[in-house]
Design a protein around this ligand. Structure first.
Ligand SMILES: [Zn+2]
Length: 255
């Protein structure tokens, strides 16, 4: 029996480009749907509102930004608790048995077949869709942008002070340039490879799609309390919609 029934949501949602925009945006943790067959993964209902289930606020930021820029946006529809689309298949946190201290009973003791079903129906379907779009584009007129949000504090209580973080691996140059533009806004605390360090061991989407092709890339992480309501979501989308075209122009001048 397939993981996703006929009437269930496709694993990705594509917002098509309506301009020749260089930006290709993806949102790995936009959704928090669960395939009907998996129920609630045995998790109490309030856990589904936490950052462990999805990246709070980022779907709305991405959609406003996509509208403003007219670029492509590919969103993941299913929760990162079903399978984390920013992890390689088989990664220890791909289908997390525990997430930020919360046990996920429906992810414990899975068979190889159950794992493979989630990988094929959700992880690979999503990344294959992104590949289809990238394969049609010229690398020199493409900027790969992945959108995320991060919790202000993990379960250990440590606070994360950054308003926004730029994660980078193969393209530190783009991160540095975007950081300059964000700091020119005044008053923003911009993290450099914070709150996470990007590399091919701990993440998947950026290294797989952009690193492998050596595409210019930005990975943007916004602190969740700044985008938990519509005012914040619009403010951040408007800011990025203003800065990204400026970033792209400056990057071309410096190339
Ligand atoms: Zn994320």
């Amino acid at each position: 029996m397939p993981l996703l029934g006929e009437s269930e949501a496709r694993p990705y949602h594509v917002h098509a480009a309506v301009t020749d925009s260089p930006f290709v945006m993806i949102s790995d943790h936009a959704g928090r749907a669960v395939p009907e067959r998996l129920g609630d993964l045995g998790l109490p209902v309030d856990e589904w509102d936490r950052h462990i289930a999805y990246d709070i606020g980022i779907r709305e930021v991405g959609r406003h930004l996509q509208q403003a820029l007219g670029c492509l946006l590919v969103e993941q529809v299913y929760s990162r608790l079903v399978i984390d689309c920013n992890r390689a298949a088989g990664h220890p946190t791909s289908i997390p048995p525990v997430s930020d201290g919360a046990p996920v009973p429906g992810n414990q003791g899975l068979s190889a077949v159950e794992r493979r079903q989630r990988e094929e129906a959700i992880l690979h379907a999503y990344h294959d869709e992104i590949e289809r779009h990238l394969a049609r584009r010229k690398p020199e007129t493409t900027l790969f942008v992945s959108l995320h949000s991060f919790t202000p504090a993990m379960q250990d209580g440590r606070r994360r002070p950054w308003d926004i973080g730029l994660l980078h691996d193969h393209d530190p140059h783009s991160a540095r340039l975007m950081r300059t533009l964000l700091e020119e806004e005044g008053g923003l605390h911009v993290g450099d490879n914070q709150p996470y360090v990007l590399n091919s061991q701990n993440e998947y989407s950026g290294p797989y799609h952009a690193g492998r092709r050596n595409l210019p890339a930005l990975e943007i992480e916004i602190r969740q309390d700044l985008i938990s309501d519509e005012v914040g979501q619009k403010l951040w989308a408007e800011r990025l919609a203003r800065l990204l075209p400026r970033f792209w122009e400056r990057r071309k001048e410096m190339a």
